[in-house]
Ligand binder design. Sequence first.
Ligand code: GRG
Length: 296
Amino acid sequence: MNENFQKLQDQYLSDFNAYLQQQLSKEVVNPELQEGMLYSLNAGGKRLRPLLFLATLSSLCPRRDLTSYFRIAGALELVHTYSLIHDDLPEMDNDDYRRGKLTNHRQFTVGRAVLAGDALLTQAFLWLTDNNLTSAIQTSLVKILAEKAGAQGMVAGQMTDIVHTGEQLSLVQIQQLDRQKTGALITAAVQMGAVCAQADVNIQRHLINFAQKFGLAFQIFDDLLDLTSDSQTMGKAVGKDIAAGKNTYPKLLGLTQARDQLRSLVQAAHAELTAIDLQNSVLDSTLTYFELKESN
Ligand code: GRG
């Protein structure tokens, strides 16, 4: 197993978490907003999108000081956290628990949760423009995140999801939905890493392909996890998504075929990196996320 991903987490995760805490405590003066934002930000997320961003940058520019990019990595986590707070709201998924803790609106109120989410989303764009990068790079980052998180990406996926919950979608429709809902922000993370590294067009193309495959694998993996006892360690009941009428891969394809799809996506993602000589890179090692738990 390639252990670089573990090394990246060991080296940066606790400093990155401290950075998020420190910055928001300093920048958000309204006490209720700060409390609501930090409550969900500190609720035990894996930081997958920031780590993918840092892994991409580090793979392309091994000597770059990654700590000076915490603000950009942080913007991705702010957007991700907002999306989870809003996803849990009564008019969306109506969840009481996330990651084993009360959801934001259950801990506070619906009004406060909506505003904490709004503030996280908005703060992310401040962080993309209030840093030491050139204005050309900042503009590219804003464009990528706005496109992938908004009406052409995650929000559109969420809309399709809530409108079609309870209906049986085809495989092609589920793939399109997940490309937007889950895959778009993952793709943004990798693309933003490539932009910070000023990678050429060909490299960017392969990295986007890698990220799209990673995103789909991530969703299938999440669906598979829903069916195992592991989901309970994340504060979820086993089979909750399927019981809620969600369109999941195991429901549509069966367990064996869903696992096969996951395996072939991981191989295809690895092949995208091999094409640009990034096999065995830190980014390649992020694929161990799926290997580690696939047997569960
Ligand atoms: C409300 C605009 C809006 C969008 C919500 C991301 C999302 C769209 C909904 C989350 C629903 C969900 C459970 C999707 C499955 C895949 C996924 C995104 C899981 C959560 O991401 P992780 O596992 O979360 O990275 P942690 O807890 O580690 O931060």
